[in-house]
Design a protein around this ligand. Sequence first.
Ligand SMILES: C[S@@+](CC[C@H](N)C(=O)[O-])C[C@H]1O[C@@H](n2cnc3c(N)ncnc32)[C@H](O)[C@@H]1O
Length: 243
Amino acid sequence: MAVAYAVGVGPGDPELVTRKAERILRAADLIVAPVSRAGEPSVALETVRSFLDDRRQQILQLPFPMTPDRDQLVDAWRTAAGVIADNVASGRDVAFITIGDPLFYSTFIYLLGILRSEWPGVPVEIVPGITSFCASAAAGSVPLVEADECFAVIPATAGIERIIEALSRFDTVVLLKVRPLFGDILEMLRQTGRTGTTLFAERVGSERQLILTDFEQIAAHTPDYLSLMVVRRSPAPGASFHS
Ligand SMILES: C[S@@+](CC[C@H](N)C(=O)[O-])C[C@H]1O[C@@H](n2cnc3c(N)ncnc32)[C@H](O)[C@@H]1O
């Protein structure tokens, strides 16, 4: 029986795609890649393009608009889930690709819910990928947590109060989606004394990768959507930060 795969392709470097993901992608009949708008480049697709053969495989880019409008979002999720389910029902293996990991802040989570409730007969297999924060910590040589340290991941869109609370409770806080609140985050990092222990990472794994640990350089930069921060309470052994 055909299978719907959710394949995490890692942060953007083809060498950080797992061997299992590569094997499944080379064999799939249909690759579904999310894009924010029709015609926009798909980071996930560019990451795995060299593994695909478009004479033999169909590649479909489906738009998932970045909008707070729940109806529009649900429409996009239902359309994608329907395409996946119909193709699997007709015997084709489908691979839905996603940056990082499919179960870590990914659109695939919504598709999984719809597939489970509306097409329970469709077999789903999830292939984990290297998350953006693991790749960022590695690129910056900044330990995430060691010994009995604890950490939290906060999408900055959750609001500055959630970030302040997390910083007070956890040894390390990873901030995703930092762009919309960047100015407020910088101010809060100054006030909470984290200027010497913050890593900024953008487009990790791509040719445009930028890693900054000097707070003045971080503050002078204008981040794009694919950027995050790793904020430690204290510098870890081996980490090189500059305030
Ligand atoms: C919707 S989440 C996707 C997370 C992804 N599923 C993962 O496992 O990392 C999008 C956020 O992840 C972070 N991100 C994803 N890829 C990144 C990259 N290559 N470099 C830096 N940050 C990245 C950014 O904070 C971005 O706003």
